[in-house]
Design a protein around this ligand. Structure first.
Ligand code: PXL
Length: 280
């Protein structure tokens, strides 16, 4: 049976993040991907001025009411960037209405990076995201979002002990599995830390650190993580595959010298992901 995902993110028309990343990545590994756009923007917002933003909150309930009438369900529900505070509650309702007993719920509490909120995000999103995270099986905050969710100070280079406190603190919010991205203990490596609260296992996956801001890589990582988990990989394997896939796209982008605000060149790395996940 083909797996079916519901992806709840914005459409940044240009910028390779959110749905324009999630759709191709999940499709490439054979997962049917249904979309529920939270907002439409001309570009992603990082390092950008003059972008347009259109909130789609008022469309969401009419869309999902129609799906309910059609009796739709999903094997995985994956949410990310939200267009309004009210959408967090709507996503909770969607999870309740459309998940099956064995469906996977992945929440990326997209709000902030490098110690700061994204330009359209405000501290009020933290409370809403915290309560949305309770409904998830896996959450994937970056280091900044992890600190904000736990009301702790943000340290760009935390100790291993601090990262493990963050992992356990976040699991106590309700999700059984926690993945923190953007973890770097020393200056020259960057990676993801994962905690499975049911087995107690903590694992890490690192790659070389490149000193630049790569917009959209949280979504490239998150989408390839979802693809890996849905293909049967354990959490520790899934973070390794998702890190490698994301880093390959970063290296390709650096070699091409393109404007980093337009995202990373993940497209020609899709065969790598497909091979890793056994579909090629
Ligand atoms: O990748 C996170 C993200 C998603 N959507 C929009 C963004 C960002 C990060 O800046 O601006 C619109």
């Amino acid at each position: 049976m083909q797996k079916r995902a519901l992806a709840i993110h914005d459409i940044s028309c240009i910028g390779r993040c959110s749905l324009t990343v999630c759709l191709p990545i999940l499709s490439a590994v054979g997962i049917e991907t249904v979309v529920l756009p939270t907002a439409v923007l001309s570009t992603q917002t990082g390092g950008m001025t003059g972008f347009t933003f259109h909130d789609l909150t008022s469309e969401m309930t009419p869309i999902t009411d129609h799906w309910k009438a059609l009796g739709q369900t999903f094997d995985v529900i994956y949410s990310g960037y939200l267009g309004s505070l009210a959408q967090a509650k709507l996503v909770e309702e969607i999870i309740h209405d459309f998940k099956k007993e064995r469906s996977l719920v992945v929440v990326d509490p997209v709000m902030a990076d490098n110690g700061e909120y994204y330009s359209l995000m405000t501290p009020e999103f933290t409370d809403e995201m915290r309560s949305l995270c309770k409904n998830a099986d896996i959450i994937t905050p970056n280091l900044t979002e992890a600190a904000f969710l736990l009301d702790r100070p943000y340290y760009p280079h935390p100790s291993e002990k601090e990262v493990e406190e963050l992992l356990r603190g976040l699991a106590a919010l309700g999700a059984k599995k926690v993945v923190i991205t953007g973890v770097s203990f020393e200056g020259n490596s960057l990676g993801a830390a994962a905690y499975d609260s049911e087995t107690g296992e903590i694992s890490y996956a690192f790659t070389d650190r490149v000193n630049a801001i790569f917009h959209g890589t949280g979504d490239v990582f998150g989408s390839s993580l979802v693809a890996s988990i849905m293909s049967g990989k354990k959490l520790s394997e899934a973070i390794r595959i998702a890190m490698d896939f994301t880093f390959r796209a970063i290296k390709r982008t650096l070699a091409a010298g393109t404007d980093l605000r337009f995202g990373v060149q993940f497209e020609l790395e899709l065969p790598y992901l497909m091979r890793e996940l056994g579909v090629l």
